[in-house]
Design a protein around this ligand. Structure first.
Ligand code: ADP
Ligand code: DP6
Ligand code: CO
Length: 323
């Protein structure tokens, strides 16, 4: 195949990945757990251009900036080395989610690129191998190969660091976009700074490993309450570690904290909802599916709101799916 198109969805972590043990292999400092969404898809087409001198990368209909293009080329170099190919490629991608806003565009972006480029370069990879490949583009992309709830095992080498599905309670996510603008400091850079300068980094990594074990047990038990409690506490711990970096980085704004306050009020009123936020100001609230409408009504006015659920892992799509 010389042209292939894939679609992937972002995933929102309930236990966060924040820190790398190995930057080259993209091995995380701790495992993590997430829900792949049924909305905000990324669609990516990779077309081989054997006579071209370099790769080209267009994102959302415009030529991507140099840093974004370089990241795609480094990823394609890995695919080419495995495929024994020197052919350059044209990559066209479209994100339905805002890019670089803490709504996991790098996860859906590199999961879609992994699936489309593996097919275009004729690599025959199973889902676990695709999850490992996506990891090399962006750590969080490891989990967007999996349907619904996914656990990314930290692993101790390239072969053992991949994501797989796990069972858990049904839940909805209410996404509150308080600002769709691109963050000034990427997740990659902020993660590096946290690891190098935050006095809380080691405690964060240790506590995440423990939270992950507890979260996996709560998922297996179908215990929504426990899942929610661990989710909110893990997110606040991550932001505490990030904020303690030097120079400090603060992703949460007053508008973000207002959503955390509103969620606390919801719980006081007897509706079980819990808040989390990735590396950006936007907040994701989890609830039982039957409570999602009430939660979204309560949060109206805090930002643009959408209710999403569990969605499919990254997959190849055919021309008819594009129509
Ligand atoms: P986010 O919170 O959106 O995941 P990150 O800082 O982790 O933000 O990553 C944003 C970067 O991910 C972009 O600047 C770009 O380099 C890369 N990216 C986003 N979407 C895509 C895509 N569809 N294809 C390839 N790379 C992408
Ligand atoms: C806060 O996967 O975007 O969303 O691996 O450097 O590309 P890189 O970083 P990225 O970091 C995601 C951080 C997070 C938490 C999570 O998704 O687990
Ligand atoms: Co990201």
């Amino acid at each position: 195949m010389t042209t292939a198109t894939a679609r992937a969805h972002p995933n929102i972590a309930l236990v966060k990945y924040w820190g790398k043990r190995d930057e080259e292999l993209m091995l995380p400092a701790a495992g993590s757990l997430s829900l792949t969404l049924d909305a905000y898809a990324t669609t990516t087409t990779v077309s081989l251009e054997p006579s071209a001198a370099g790769d080209r990368f267009a994102l959302n209909g415009a030529e991507a900036d140099a840093g974004q293009a370089e990241r795609v080329t480094r990823f394609l170099d890995l695919v080419r080395s495995r495929a024994g190919s020197t052919a350059r490629a044209v990559v066209r991608s479209h994100n339905e989610a805002p890019t670089g806003a803490g709504l996991a565009s790098s996860a859906s972006g590199f999961a879609a690129l992994a699936v489309a480029s593996a097919a275009a370069y004729d690599l025959d990879l199973d889902r676990e191998e695709l999850s490992r490949l996506a990891r090399r583009g962006s750590g969080s992309a490891t989990r967007s190969l999996v349907d619904g709830l996914a656990i990314w095992h930290a692993g101790d080498d390239d072969a053992s660091s991949f994501a797989e599905p796990l069972e858990g309670p049904a839940m909805s996510m209410i996404i509150v976009t308080v600002d769709p603008g691109q963050k000034k400091i990427s997740s990659r850079e902020a993660m590096r700074r946290t690891a190098r300068t935050s006095p809380y980094y080691t405690a964060w990594v240790d506590s995440t490993a423990r939270s992950l074990e507890e979260m996996a047990a709560a998922c297996r038990a179908g215990d929504f309450t426990r899942v929610g409690e661990i989710t909110e506490s893990n997110a606040l711990r991550m932001h505490a570690a990030i904020q303690a970096s030097d120079p400090p980085i603060r992703y949460l704004r007053s508008a973000s904290l207002a959503v955390f306050d509103a969620v606390e009020q919801l719980r006081a009123d007897g509706v079980e909802a819990y808040a989390t936020a990735d590396a950006g100001p936007n907040v994701v609230v989890i609830s039982r599916p039957e409570d999602a409408r009430a939660v979204s009504r309560h949060l109206a006015g805090h930002g643009e709101i959408s209710i999403v659920g569990a969605g499919p892992g990254a997959q190849l799509i055919t021309e008819e799916d594009c129509a």
